[in-house]
Design a protein around this ligand. Sequence first.
Ligand SMILES: NC(=O)c1ccc[n+]([C@@H]2O[C@H](COP(=O)([O-])OP(=O)(O)OC[C@H]3O[C@@H](n4cnc5c(N)ncnc54)[C@H](O)[C@@H]3O)[C@@H](O)[C@H]2O)c1
Length: 304
Amino acid sequence: MRVAVTGGAGFIGSHVAALLVAAGHEVHVVDDLRGGRNSVPGARLHAVSVSRWDPPARLGAVVHLAGPVGPVGVLPEAGRIVPAVVSDALAVAGWALRAGCPLVYASTSEIYGPQGGACSESLPRVTVAGHSARMEYAVAKLAAETMLLNTEGLDARVVRPFNVAGPRQRPEGGFVIPRLARQALAGEPLTVYAPGTQLRAFTHVADVAAGIVAMLERGEPGLVCNLGNPDNLTTVADLARLVLARSGSASRVAVVDPADLWGPAFREAADKWPDASLAEARLGWRARLPLSRIVDDALAELRP
Ligand SMILES: NC(=O)c1ccc[n+]([C@@H]2O[C@H](COP(=O)([O-])OP(=O)(O)OC[C@H]3O[C@@H](n4cnc5c(N)ncnc54)[C@H](O)[C@@H]3O)[C@@H](O)[C@H]2O)c1
């Protein structure tokens, strides 16, 4: 099958593209390289933005991952996140409609908003007062997934990944695991944002990539599934201690105010974790890799 993977040079996209190549598909990576620069052996790279790509004939599937990402990564994009996310979603919907093929869209757990606890797909989606970049990202992704699911004649399927981590994740987006791993290996203090009791459930990127491929292979039109690993629930302070233990670093943990680092526009995520039972029931998918493996893989990549 001929498959277009937007954002395929990025963190999650490069793992998805590699799985699809390994499964024997003809993979077209569409990525303008503004973020990721990963090359995927066996895939064809089109180094253009989504809005400028003209897909080849007989496209068999589209996986749409391109977009802004990360609590720090979205800050400079404020005001442009909604138009970028929605217009790129419109463009990929056009590709899939013309080809009559399925479109898998990578939305986000951020659409659940600031409500804490286990999030299932049936929860209400909540917005908060204020207009942070983080909120713009959440409403943009929710608008895009709603538009795609409501488009007549389009086979749209949606995945909502929760706190993905692992090899090739760039610290610049503001993601905690690559930051802590780099600090531990450099002998620097591990910066934990106050209070440190924030709860997160991390999912290995290999599991998420397999979930996205499962949605393509075994999903159906209109299906929306969380992809996450509730077994990996941790506080951020405990995560920092795990990074210290797995790296053998003598660094210390420093609790800091993220506003001092990133300015007042920075917002932390809510203490939420996935209910991933729907993906297990409908796709036969379940995240398997433990937090220790995520940390080990992040460290291995950064070790000189
Ligand atoms: N990383 C996470 O924890 C996470 C969690 C939930 C959802 N997601 C979603 O998954 C997707 C991929 O995230 P990621 O962490 O791999 O990010 P990433 O930044 O590593 O990858 C995104 C890629 O898209 C490319 N890109 C961005 N805009 C583009 C455009 N208009 N045209 C062409 N290429 C473009 C970038 O160059 C980059 O390589 C995003 O849509 C994100 O919202 C990520």
